[in-house]
Write a protein that binds this ligand. Sequence first.
Ligand code: PLP
Length: 353
Amino acid sequence: MHRGPWADIDLNAICANFAMIRSAVRGAKMSAVVKCDAYGLGMAPIARALAEREQCDVFFVVYPEEGVRLREALNAAEPVIYVFDGPNEQTLPLFEKHNLTPTLNSLDEAKLWTARMNGAPAGVHIDTGMNRRGAAINDIADIARLDLNITLAMSHLACGATPAHPKNRRQREMFIDAAAHFPGARLSLSASAGALMDPEFHFDLVRPGIALYGGTPFEIDDQRIAPAVALRAPIVQLHSLPLGETVGYGATFIAQRETLIATAAIGYGDGFPRAGGNRHQAVVNGARAPIAGRISMDFITLDVTDLEAPPRLGDMAEFFGPGMRLHETAKNCAMAPYDLLTGLGARVDRRYL
Ligand SMILES: *Cc1c(COP(=O)(O)O)cnc(C)c1O
């Protein structure tokens, strides 16, 4: 019996989120962003489920090495795998051997690709104001003049989390102008946020990541997104405290009454943020129990005094999942769903439902 924390990953819910976004974007083509091991949840089972059940046939990763693993997991040549990190001398052979498609981020990358991969499809990433990755607007005309087979012209919103931000509309206008250099390419501006915004942000293809995994890309929670991951841990010990006794490092929790403390087998060593200490809660037997004291590497202590029935050893504490939205947990821990999911540690047993 595994005594530590685990994550229940609901492949049906991930597929349902995919289908929900597909209906939100109507005509636009769907894809799935599975970079960073599908946000820490496991790229292979998730990509396979999306390919088999939802006919997803376009995927995005960051590194060609991730693309190689994805190609092997999908065990098929047809799905298009875009790699955000463009090609260089060292990685060109990986692109070629595993049929990976780069999103070209500069004139130099575009020149390398035409010179060495003559005619092979490529995307182009246009920087419209994120100023992180992507070719400068001033280089777009030169890139377009090269003998390239551009299948995708894409850009990325800096302020998708706040749909009303004026930068979104400015980036959209810049994108339309720059992408006009690539007639015949599919246009793609939106990740999860843009896909769940107005149709004018949808273009031909959307690139959702976090919303597939149950995370809201917006500052305000979006109930259209179904929980897809539950972070859980067993209760491994109970302590009855007299008035005035303390809990945990620094003795920051002081019992104001006779208090029952339950210790759950999960800590910051598993990626649960320390910021949740004395702030966040867990769901135990259907009721909420506040975190009492600091979070330690391996354990979180919960005040379960007010539960109708005291929990028993082995009962489960849920830190986010169907009983508590990921968005709420992230907020309480001064984080976003993105860093909470990708930060889950190696000790968290990933289980697929
Ligand atoms: C990570 C990423 C996405 C997916 O973003 P979400 O907000 O998780 O949907 C899409 N496009 C690019 C360029 C990315 O880096």
